[in-house]
Design a protein around this ligand. Sequence first.
Ligand SMILES: *[C@@H]1O[C@H](CO)[C@@H](O)[C@H](O)[C@H]1NC(C)=O
Ligand SMILES: *[C@@H]1O[C@H](CO)[C@@H](O)[C@H](O)[C@H]1NC(C)=O
Length: 881
Amino acid sequence: MASAWWPCLALALFSSLAASFGPRRIPRLGLVDGIEVYSTKINSKVTSRFAHNVITTRAVNHAEEAKEIFFDAELPKTGFITNFTLTIDGVTYPGNIKEKEVAKKQYEKAVSQGKTAGLVKASGRKLEKFTVSVNVAAGSKVTFELTYEELLKRNKGKYEMYLKIQPKQLVKHFEIDVHIFEPQGISTLDAEASFITNDLLGSALTKSFSGQKGHVSFKPSLDQQRSCPTCTDSLLNGDFTVTYDVNRESPGDVQIVNGYFVHFFAPQGLPVVPKNVVFVIDVSGSMSGRKIQQTRDALLKILEDVKKDDYLNFILFSGYVTTWKDQLVQATPENLQEAKTFVKSIRDQGSTNINDALLRAIHMLNKAQEEHRVPERSTSIIIMLTDGDANTGESRPEKIRENVRNAIEGKFSLYNLGFGRNLDYSFLESMALENQGLARRIYEDSDADLQLQGFYEEVANPLLTSVKVEYPDNAIQDLTQNSYQHFYDGSEIVVAGRLVDEDMNNFKADALSDLVYTKEVDVKEAEKALKEQDYIFGNFIERLWAYLTIEQLLEKRKNAQSEEKENLTAQALDLSLKYHFVTPLTSMVVTKPEDNENQMAFADKPGEDAEGKPSQHPARSATPSTAYQVRYQPPQNPYYYVDGDPHFIIQVPEKDDAICFNIDEDPGTVLSLIQDPVTGLSVNGQIIGDKRDSSNSNTRKTYFGKLGITNAQMDFRIEVTTEKITLWNGVVPTTLSWLDTVTVTQDGLSVTINRKKNMVISFGRGVTFVVVLHRVWKKHDFLGFYVVDSHRMSAQTHGLLGQFFHPFDFEVSDVHPGSDPTKPDAIMVVKNHQLTVTRGSQKDYRKDTSVGMKVNCWFVHNNGEGLIDGVHTDYIVSNLL
Ligand SMILES: *[C@@H]1O[C@H](CO)[C@@H](O)[C@H](O)[C@H]1NC(C)=O
Ligand SMILES: *[C@@H]1O[C@H](CO)[C@@H](O)[C@H](O)[C@H]1NC(C)=O
């Protein structure tokens, strides 16, 4: 696992999920930016601690134009995404799991083609952020469905599922629905929301449990979501937490489905094993200020929890190492009092010598054991807290690890706490993992003292040491980790595996420590307990096994070298692909149906040290792989248009590029733009000159001043000039002005004038033109003509624009500097001609007639010679209509 929060011991850790949805702006009127999120459902099914969560959000774009809709969800770092689908207007784009490198290459290709883009978001303490944005057309609906799975871990006596809720607008159907099934029986269940008291939530929140089943439902009405009775913003903003525990009458429970088993081991009623603890505390200069203060506060609190059978000592290190006592002392009231006085006196100073401090602590613990100063039945641990890297004495991380490993010799546990971001966390983690311990990050924040204390509470009460759960070799294979240094109060040891023979009747499970717990497992009976519950999800124990196996392989991989590392990586990758998990080795790609090349979106689990790399250290911040990011841009209709001095722009979607050319003719000339003999549609344009009317065609600027659009089948004509619009239906003319805002519809034809801006002409579905009015000054206004949908026009369509409506191909090569240093030339092969073209750009004025959007294109010289069929004079016609 990527996370600092993943323990190698079977510690029950907090698990969490957060989800927030919707567009990013603060809602004022329910709708945000025209986007309505009308449904959000979080559906969780938990069986035997394994949670399968589906987040479904539906939104509609009520705006009159395409909008970007965002979907954010914060997921627990310990969870694996297993599925993500986008559904846009009924078309589903499924997610597939691929090996990371393969997926990344495809994604990069898509990015380079401008199909998709995006940056990574920072993640919180326990969460990873998943972000998707989709560009959705006016009136369109989109559904996001995200699925992830997670094994809930027991910590301090309960399993906890944590959902962060932040819908950002009132949602008509908002619902959290959690179904829990636990074969051992549920003993407690609770749910609460941080943003409001349960009393106020009233009927919105229901929770119940009975026997093996538990249910939590949170379904606030629109009124219950309002932050005040007349408000339109949502009070749903914060944490929603479900906690539960199960009955534990026997020391363990074994559950079996389809040949896979899971064993939950958590014996009750054991006395706490006394601890011998050495606190190794960094007091170097960088700890000064709040950090050292918080450390002192936390240690004082921890001293209150130390039990009288425990032994302890403090080692402080900076450039050099000092100790409180020469050797471990028992936690008598007098010694604790003295320890508190000592802790209060801790001051920061100097540099950081981790090596000598740890070796001193190890020596002290070894000596205490050799000299029988500590109880025979006790466990020894070192808790080291540091906020920086070793820089004094031995400072090579590899060498420190080797020294510490050789000194500990597997005899006790080292816990490393990394305070803040300014350190090499993976070094601390590796060193802890190879010494039966674990590492934890302490976030530099106002609650850092509570984090320290919380960590101590987790490890303060070992009930068993050196636990090993054994099964007969001939009965069980593919076991997950089955030996642990400690079993802590309030936690649980989980082991999963596969039966060698699915038809076997029984096998024996032995948990060995100071005590031996033996469990006879009756396979048929264990299966029966779950068979009746197929309403949850079928092969979940197999998935639970795969989840644990992958996590443990990834964990082991952190400390493995060369060949072994490759082997572990290969195994983890195989399982991730087989079971559809997004892990640090795989990615989720979202593709258009039947189009594996053009992937649209990409979800990537954060890498190894997801958040540790400090931004102050440029050398270390080079790999900021912190979060999921998905962005999706749907394909758009290709466009063809002519605007300006008549500049013709032809988009070629297959190339994700455009070609452009000019036609230079005398004012008064009429050119054929579109001519379709099948649909009877034709469009012609008449050229006008600008005020510096010149006979020199090199400097002369010309534009389209009049357009004639004819539909012979419908006996319909439109003449558009810069002053007015005349429609003929048959012989009867209707005149409209550019000062109108009006829509005329008839027999599938629709003409809309947007005052002084543009007009939209549609001939049913499949043919839409836009005419843009450029208002310069009187007598010098001109028109632009845009084909935004042409897919209903026939393959025989011709004209300066129409001939390009059918797919065609071109190749560009040999890009080289041209006469203008900012515009390279290149060789283009198109329609069997080889042309010299120049990179340039034109403007697209559909959205904004004054500014325009830049469109890059390859400019074909000499009136489009070689690109257009024939020569440009072939397109001159006698009449506009
Ligand atoms: C992913 O979710 C979609 C939509 O619910 C579903 O059709 C598909 O089968 C799921 N894929 C997997 C691998 O579960
Ligand atoms: C990886 O390790 C497993 C278990 O030790 C072994 O069975 C397998 O052959 C190894 N695979 C490779 C590719 O080395």
